[in-house]
Design a protein. Sequence first.
Length: 185
Amino acid sequence: MHRYLLLLCIGPLILLSARPDGTAIAWSKPRLLTWADFQGTPLRSSANAALSQVSILPHAEATGETIEYEVKAMFNPTQSWIKVDKKTSYLLKHEQGHFDIGELFARKMRKELVLHTFTQATFATDYKEITGKINTAFQKFTNDYDAETQHSLIKEKQEEWNARIAKEMKELEMYSTPHFNGKLK
């Protein structure tokens, strides 16, 4: 997981950003991963059959009393890989689960940002704290997902996780828009 936070102060404008390179794929409901998206070189020493590089990339600009946000779950094809002899639709669904978990936590981040009361004095600090906390929770959830499913090998656990992710995504549907606005107090 790569996480970048850039803070620039330019007059009354505060910019907090993490931007993907041009190859990253933004999560969207109709766009499911395919094996063609896994363009990285597999680690032969890894016991894993595949690896999905998923990040949550927040961006915020505050001008005057207005905050413009963008929070996206991104899949990095060049850092994601599959061992050729391991390609199955079942494993691809597990890897899609990683991307869906990224979107789930992007929604959690959007919700926290929308509900938090920011002030001009504490905006940068509060923003960094919220995004850091959500990214830490995202990492833990991802690690639990792989541990409990044994990287998809325990089918009944995989089905439980698929249902859990879908349920939580539905509960946060109102936070599914990557772009939104807020106010500074």
